[in-house]
Design a protein around this ligand. Sequence first.
Ligand code: TMO
Length: 334
Amino acid sequence: MKERSTTESSKRIGKLGSAALAGLFSAAVMTAGVANGAAPESSDPIKIVLNNWTSQVVLANVTAELFKKLGYNVELVPSDNQLQFAGMANGDLHVQVEVWEGTHKTNFEKFVGTGNLLDVGKHDAITREEWWYPTYMEERCPGLPDWEALNKCAEAFATAETKPKGRYLGGPIDWGKHHNERVQALGMDFVVVNAGQASTLWAELDAAYRNDEPIVLFNWTPNWVEARYKGRFVDFPDYDPKCLSDPSWGMNADLAYDCGAPKKGWLKKAAWAGMEEKYPVALGLLQRISFTNAQIADAAALVDVDNLSPEDAAAKWLETNRSVWEAWISGATD
Ligand code: TMO
């Protein structure tokens, strides 16, 4: 990718006279503070995908602002978590800044395998996406965070709609969790109830937490929740990729999904493969973007705790992390 982008930019520079080039450089330095003669290679908007949880929306906006600093036009386009990769592989969508191992791996890797979707590398962040409970439940369910201890205690989590089974509050369906399959494969006395949107998870958590009431729900890290509520992830049988594809693997010989999510999952960036030709400098910038756990949690808190709009949160995030993104931009435009 790097080689391609160098070739591409020298081709473009070759077409410009050196006087024109000097003018272009100084204009760029004066307006944006960035010396870059090659970007934008096209004025067609780069389409950045929006998903349905907060850090992703804020960091998609952050990425949009960084592309704009290089002169690109951008569009933010909401997309389904599982269908987005097909849209990116065919060029309808171009960039996704938070690809989570626990949510996206299967569909992401399927389209990377076609050659039309790029794996643009990992963020620094380490992720976990799993069932989670407030620590006050540990007195009532001895043995937590072990999943079998949770299961013995299932009735404590019952609601009118699930009793005598416990309720597990899952996320929106398009997060593709297969938690129904997990409950079945592990023989758990739980019913999965899916929240329509992430904010429902947090409203239910807050209501339970205030009253010391039982709740077990989907949560993840990095997220703002861990700084506000004391809790832990449930430990299920260790994840293995075969757990999802091979029914004979694991403690249930007949069913897949008899394991937890990865405990140290990756977080990646994805792009339409056509960006190598059409927007090589933007692709180079995307390669350099790498968020830490703390940066992602902060991005989410600006909206979910401080009530900023995603756009204002992105502006604030850029203000707070100036040296971080300036290094990405200068690396991409050197
Ligand atoms: C991808 N997610 C952060 C919702 O687990």
